[in-house]
Design a protein. Sequence first.
Length: 251
Amino acid sequence: MNGRLDGRRAIVTGAANGIGRAVARRFVAEGAQVGAVDVEREPLETLAGELGTALLALPADVTDEAAVSDAVSRSVEAFGGLDIVVANAGIEPIADDDYLHELDAAVLRRVVDVNLVGMAITCKHGLQAMLDGGGAVVCTASPTGLYGGAPEEAAYSIAKGGVTALVRVIASGYARYGIRANAVVPGFTDTRANKVVFDDAAFLEEVLQTIPLGRAGTPEEVAAVVTFLASTESAYVTGAIWAADGGATAI
């Protein structure tokens, strides 16, 4: 790695698995210290064991504002400040989500609470810690929040649509503090959330036909884009929505 994040201090939510885990690993490899937040304590602590003192395991539910505030405070105390917020934690309950006219309101509330409100809470407390020194915010969005491509996942699509608005209001409202905000839009990625697709050969082939590059992405490929958006290499980039989707949103 090239040390793109040398001396930087970051919070990464959803860090126990998938894209968040890949981001935490990439950040540490690039020289950052990382406060890793997730509801799953065991894989988080395993990751801390792998990466050593550069990573602080912070078990917390992003829908619990007090827990998020505490996680940010602990990270700031441990590292001496905060420069980067990666709001990545989310859920995609494919089996429970549905077309809007059939959607259980409890599912809608839960998905929005985690995927949008939880991200906003994470950004809120991260912003408070960066007001004096500036920094970068990266939120994980989705193609489903940009286009109506998944009407059978109404709750997820609605929440992810809100994430793009979240990024834009942060970008416009906090530029004067030296804070940038952007979104990464992972396409179909080889993560636990997509296991149901990988386990169904016919379904998998159908999905791959919608991707110009003809394959799933990896968490590491998404993490590379997040790293760019968090680094000074993207110093003139804010309010942008960056796709890492194999070209799926290009067609």
